[in-house]
Design a protein around this ligand. Structure first.
Ligand SMILES: CCCCC/C=C\C[C@@H](/C=C/C=C\CCCCCCC(=O)O)OO
Ligand SMILES: [Fe+2]
Length: 664
């Protein structure tokens, strides 16, 4: 019994408030009390009221709330409910996080914020609540097979089928759809503007290059033909995931007669330990697209590089297709070839890199992997679970952006079908092949970068920043895990957590235990490593892979989305051949627009670690988050200072530019 002060906090984005009245109950260990019809929640407001309760409720466990609509039925976004009690003249604050839409006239039950694993809830005070909550979540969030052989996704035909709690908020929806319309309008303008113009020289791409404000995009336009600029991109460009240090000459690298000199050079660099390669064999045999009746073409190149003492990565040789018994030995294209021949060979490499970047590194290894984490988290972890509270800020908007990708980008008639040479079904085969070789190690930079022989290279800025961020996130995760798991046995005996792990590996990732993913956690260390990978993937890796689309894809010849003629098999290349091969005006315009749309800074972006939702309570988690933010701030300053001395600053992994989840 006694006096309670209650605060109701409503979300601040559009339509968060409600004209309906809200009914509240306090639920304690000994009794519950109805607080009566109290208020109509107002957007962005915290509204307080006081009540006297006659019953002895005991320690508060839940707040229950219900929205009562008389006429208009609307949805209310409740941030949290806070209750102050006065015990022995001491004021005690108890927080009940919500951060969900309250719609309809159902009763929502909010447990108090202390994170509980089932093992800790020895009295079973919350067991029924967790069971009911997970039953409802499993009904709302179901696995679906969008295409066989690809990671499972959420069961939603379009974003409209998604639960309201995971939808874009109004401001995000308006921005996303509004910029798409603006982009499509720009294409129409460019088409009109270029209707009568020529498309016969590389400079003609200038007619549609409208990125005058983007310094790096202008640098790409200026330097894309240079070999050191070409090599730089494999270290610090939009796709730093293909390059690896050679441990032997690749078996596919058959030296054609008369090219013995290059073999000597390659072997010398190999012996010196500074030979590198980028192999696009995953594209071998993929069926090319047909766009508006015109057949497109694909290659599966291999590029050999040498790392110079000054850190520059220079291409030494390009083989555009793997050798096959029924054809002559494929030619090796060399920097000493005629300039247009060498340029076209490099363009073929960049077209292939476009495919693996967008389909394997971006869509599969960030978006679709993050979706598996999101669906498994909603299905297996109750809202009280500490790992739910840790991860949920890093899953914001991911289900919607991925559903939109499935319906607009890689769908029948989507962007890939319209302008990409793996479109028309080849892109799905690339996704299947990439899924089949998706390993746990490849998602963990300490393993992946070591496996690719990329440690200790001063000019590898992505590598440096990624490893620093991995360590910082690792300490953040350990801080939260050690607060809630006192020893390995507690991890082993947490059924929600073990179900979560199993559902990710065996279901979402498509039987990925064969590729190194865990089916259970045996120790806190196992758990921390996996959670670090989850957060790194949903934040750092996506930012490193997504942001650069605007900079590196705006000048279309640097990363052609499609190729309209077969790869050259001789060294006689003319400008006409080059222009007939690169994307046409329409394809180039769409590439620029989509790259801009997907690579631009999100106006409502939440930087890494800066989420405002307080799912945890108590000083412990707050201190861990605060230390995480301090470490990120220190790294921010380090990267800004380093970039000041670079001709080409590497900014994609600057903490302030890393989004807290995959939202685009
Ligand atoms: C050509 C670039 C392809 C990028 C694919 C990689 C990852 C997915 C991407 C998410 C995209 C989500 C939605 C795209 C909408 C496309 C709009 C199509 C225009 C239209 O409405 O027709 O990560 O950023
Ligand atoms: Fe993305």
């Amino acid at each position: 019994m006694g006096r309670y002060r209650v605060r109701v906090a409503t979300g601040s984005f559009a339509f968060s408030g409600s004209t309906n009245q809200v009914q509240l109950w306090l639920v304690g260990q000994r009794a519950e009390a109805e607080l009566g019809m109290q208020l109509r929640p107002t957007r962005g407001q915290m509204e307080d009221f006081e009540v006297d309760v006659s019953e002895d409720l005991g320690p508060l466990l839940f707040v229950k709330l219900q929205k009562i609509h008389l006429f208009l039925k609307d949805a209310w976004f409740c941030n949290h409910i806070t209750v102050w009690t006065f015990e022995k003249s001491m004021e005690k604050e108890i927080v009940f996080p919500c951060y969900r839409w309250v719609q309809g006239d159902g009763i929502i039950c909010l447990p108090e914020a202390t994170a509980w694993t089932m093992g800790k809830d020895v009295q079973g005070l919350f067991q029924k609540h967790r069971e009911e909550e997970l039953e409802e979540r499993r009904r709302l969030y179901r696995w679906a097979t969008w295409k066989k052989g690809i990671l499972l996704s959420v069961d939603a035909k379009s974003e409209k089928d998604l639960p309201l709690d995971v939808r874009f908020h109004e401001n995000k929806k308006i921005d996303f759809e509004g910029t798409l319309i603006a982009g499509m309008t720009e294409i129409a303008l460019k088409r009109t503007y270029t209707l009568l113009s020529s498309w016969s020289s590389l400079e003609d791409f200038d007619q549609i290059f409208w990125c005058s404000k983007n310094t790096l995009a202008k640098k790409v336009r200026q330097s894309w033909k240079d070999d050191d600029f070409f090599g730089y991109q494999f270290l610090n460009g939009v796709n730093p995931t293909v390059l690896r240090r050679s441990t032997s000459l690749p078996t596919r690298l058959v030296i054609p007669p008369g090219a013995e000199e290059i073999q000597i050079q390659l072997e010398k660099k190999l012996q010196e330990g500074c030979l590198f390669e980028a192999d696009f064999s995953l594209l071998d045999g993929i069926q090319p697209n047909v766009i508006q009746g015109e057949r497109q073409y694909l290659a599966a190149p291999l590029v050999m590089f040498k790392m110079e003492h000054d850190g520059k990565l220079l291409p030494m040789a390009i083989q555009l297709q793997p050798p096959c018994s029924s054809s002559p030995v494929p030619p090796l294209f060399l920097p000493s070839d005629p300039s247009l021949t060498w340029l076209l060979a490099k363009a073929w490499v960049k077209n292939s890199d476009f495919q693996l970047h967008e389909l394997q590194a971006h869509l599969l290894k960030t978006h679709l992997v993050a979706e598996v984490f999101a669906v498994a988290t909603m299905r297996c972890l109750s809202g009280m679970h500490p790992i739910f509270k840790l991860l949920i800020p890093h899953l914001r908007y991911t289900l919607e952006i991925n559903t939109r990708a499935r319906t607009k980008l890689i769908s029948d008639g989507g962007i890939f079908d319209q302008v990409v040479n793996t479109g028309g079904g080849g892109h799905l085969e690339v996704l299947r092949r990439a899924t089949a070789c998706l390993t746990y190690r490849s998602l963990c930079p300490p393993d992946d970068l070591a496996d690719r022989g990329l440690l200790g290279i001063p000019s590898a800025l992505y590598v440096h920043d990624a490893l620093r961020l991995w360590d910082i996130i690792s300490r953040y995760v350990q801080g939260i895990v050690h607060l809630h798991y006192s020893e390995d046995k507690v991890v082993q005996n947490d059924p929600e957590l073990q179900n979560w792990c199993r559902e990710i590996t065996e279901i979402g990732l498509h039987g990925a235990q064969a590729r190194g993913f865990p089916v259970s956690f045996q120790s806190r260390a196992d758990l921390c490593y996996f959670l670090t990978m989850c957060i790194f993937t949903c934040t750092v890796q996506h930012s490193g892979i997504n942001q650069g689309q605007l900079d590196w894809y705006a000048w279309v010849p640097n990363a052609p989305c499609t190729m309209r003629q077969p790869p050259p098999t001789t060294k006689d290349v003319t400008l006409e051949m080059v222009m007939a091969t690169l994307p046409n005006i329409q394809q180039a315009c769409l590439q620029m627009t989509i790259s801009w749309h997907l690579g631009r800074f999100q106006p409502d972006m939440v930087p890494l670690g800066q989420h405002k939702e307080e799912y945890f309570s108590g000083p412990g988690p707050k201190a861990v988050l605060s230390f995480f933010q301090e470490e990120l701030n220190t790294l921010e300053k380090e990267i800004v200072a380093r970039n000041k001395n670079l001709d080409l600053p590497y900014e994609y992994l600057q903490p302030s530019r890393i989004e807290n989840s995959i939202t685009i």
